[in-house]
Design a protein. Structure first.
Length: 246
């Protein structure tokens, strides 16, 4: 297996004027090319901290991350689309900032917009799109700079249930097709066990890894259909029992 990211004995303490908060005690895991990994755990256990560290926004107190020369793209809960820019310009903004807006890269973005059902909306503004479409635009904007690994922090939590099912399928298809690696933080165990093939369960703060589950379905289907598969309930129950409920 081709490792794209190794996280080795990460420890993180936040220092504020009032206190020291130990967010992460000790986390080690490896990510291989093409892995879809979900991270679940109780509220406040350090999931967003872990993603911010992987993204380079936060420093570690100790430990080491090896990126193996791979690049990272980050998608947050809030899609952060600019209201005053068209769909196309929103998708090109990262390339502009990085001064990589070549003809070839623009073609790549236009092709993604076309392939994933947004062709007729490239000149529309975000306010004219549904929640699910906005997520697809945000995803294409993240893909524009061709990151190897995508980090997502609760990306669908603001959507209604039907839209979540739909966008889970879309994201799954798009990222598999584009041959990406995914690390997804979610509160939703059913989302974790249908979208990802590996689930990391974190303990309560300061977090450690309680368990790593390999998820396997005998039928290869889209995430929404896995919810009715035989294996779904077992994975759901096991992981639910594993999470520290206060
Ligand atoms: N910038 C910061 N400064 C100080 N403490 C912080 C900072 N960011 C997070 N924390 C603290 O670190 C701990 C972990 O927070 P984090 O946001 O990583 O948890 P989480 O698992 O993402 O929570 P949630 O499930 O609610 O999103 C919390 O106690 C939080 O208050
Ligand atoms: Mg969080």
């Amino acid at each position: 297996m081709n490792s794209v990211l190794s996280v080795n004995n990460i420890h993180k303490v936040y220092h504020t004027t009032k206190a020291e908060i130990e967010a992460i005690k000790d986390i080690t895991f490896n990510v291989n090319q093409g892995d879809f990994i979900a991270i679940v755990g109780p509220s406040g256990c350090g999931k967003s901290t872990l993603l911010s560290i992987l993204n380079g926004q936060e420093n570690v107190t100790s430990g080491k991350i090896d990126y193996h020369h791979k690049t990272i793209g980050y998608m947050l809960q809030d899609d952060a689309l600019f209201d005053w820019l068209t769909v196309l310009d929103n998708c090109l903004i990262g390339l502009k900032i990085k001064k990589q807006l070549t003809k070839e890269n623009k073609e790549y973005v236009l092709n993604l917009l076309d392939k994933y059902g947004l062709k007729d909306f490239i000149n529309s503004y975000p306010r004219n799109l549904s929640g699910g479409m906005r997520k697809r635009v945000a995803l294409i904007r993240t893909l524009a700079t061709k990151p190897d690994i995508l980090l997502m922090d609760e990306p669908f939590s603001a959507l209604d249930f039907q839209s979540r099912l739909k966008i889970s399928n879309d994201v799954y298809q798009i990222l598999k097709e584009e041959n990406k690696t995914l690390i997804l933080v979610t509160h939703d165990i059913s989302e974790a066990v249908t979208l990802c093939e590996k689930v990391l369960v974190l303990s309560k703060r300061p977090s450690t890894i309680k368990n790593i589950y390999s998820i396997f379905y005998s039928q290869k289907t889209l995430p929404s259909s896995k919810r009715t598969a035989l294996e779904f309930n077992d994975y759901y129950q096991q992981i639910w029992r594993d999470i520290d409920h206060e």
